[in-house]
Design a protein around this ligand. Structure first.
Ligand SMILES: NC(=O)c1ccc[n+]([C@@H]2O[C@H](COP(=O)([O-])OP(=O)(O)OC[C@H]3O[C@@H](n4cnc5c(N)ncnc54)[C@H](O)[C@@H]3O)[C@@H](O)[C@H]2O)c1
Length: 267
């Protein structure tokens, strides 16, 4: 089934997500919260799933728009938990249009100190969790309405001179590959898959790294200053591009990873 021709639709209509349902994993805080906020502002009903269920509900209650947003517990490591979240979105609204695989971890560790357990934890959460989400979402999406957005990283392109840990770099390269396969195999159903790749972005996860010490903090400041646009990313910088990718504006965009990096990868 060919993807519909959107020529002639108004700009306002193309950006609108009114009547659509979006799930954001790890959406209680950070980049996920900013994404949930922009998708809600565009009119979607947003279902936030997060390991921190209380914060997921609190964030959902602050989202803009007329829709009744929902927050729920989620562990993307647990297939049953991902399925339950997809079922919740369906039972709340009867449809599932957008699934944002945002939950991810990035523990700092030199390559020779990565333990087997930590390797598995990063791969399970960042890669397998993204696969679980994509599969459960695609099984429930209507033809020509579905979009899977995977939050990748500039670590899907390089290791930032070792600034990004090896298991994280490997997991994000793999998510970029998964995004291509999803796009190719699901394109016939009109389901799109798009990656969005932030550079270092000011979130609670990165804030926690600052607390590791002055040297880490200084390195983060220097990294921001070194970028062509002169600062680190902000969650809303990423969220605006996710909104674009999820909307009909990007109706002919699939199987690609869009860097949102202040020029990081251009250096
Ligand atoms: N912040 C950055 O510099 C940066 C850069 C590039 C890519 N990213 C990617 O963006 C995404 C979000 O990063 P962030 O910095 O906003 O993270 P964060 O640590 O600030 O927030 C992550 C959220 O995910 C939730 N979460 C953690 N484990 C989970 C699990 N197993 N199941 C469900 N939810 C879980 C947390 O409770 C939290 O609400 C990640 O995929 C990360 O790799 C971040």
């Amino acid at each position: 089934m060919a993807y519909p021709d959107l020529t002639g639709r108004s700009l306002a209509d193309l950006i609108s997500l009114a009547g659509r349902t979006a799930v954001v994993t790890g959406g209680a805080t950070g980049i996920g919260k900013a994404i949930a906020t922009r998708l809600a502002e565009a009119g979607a009903t947003v279902v936030i799933g997060d390991l921190n269920a209380e914060m997921a509900s609190a964030t959902a209650s602050t989202l803009p728009g007329a829709a009744a947003h929902v927050g729920s517990s989620l562990d993307v490591n647990d297939h049953a938990s991902v399925t339950a979240l997809a079922d919740l979105a369906m039972s709340e609204t009867g449809r599932l249009d957008i699934w944002v695989n945002n939950a991810g971890i990035y523990p700092s560790r030199p390559v020779l100190e990565i333990t087997d357990a930590e390797w598995d934890r990063v791969m399970d959460l960042n890669l397998r969790g993204t696969f679980f989400g994509a599969r459960e979402a695609a099984l429930r999406m209507q033809a020509n309405k579905g979009v899977i957005v995977n939050i990748v990283s500039t670590a899907a392109f390089n290791s930032s001179n070792g600034a990004n840990p090896a298991h994280y770099v490997a997991s994000k390269h793999a998510v970029a590959g998964l995004t291509k396969s999803l796009a190719v195999e699901l394109g016939a159903k009109g389901i799109r898959a798009v990656g969005v790749a932030p550079t270092l972005t000011e979130t609670p996860g990165v804030e926690a790294k600052r607390a590791e010490g002055a040297a880490v903090n200084e390195a983060l400041v220097r990294y921001g200053q070194s970028l062509p646009l002169g600062r680190l990313g902000l969650p809303d910088d990423i969220a605006r591009v996710v909104l674009f990718a999820a909307s009909d504006f990007a109706g002919f965009v699939t199987g690609t990873v869009i860097p949102v990096d202040g020029g990081d990868l251009a250096r």
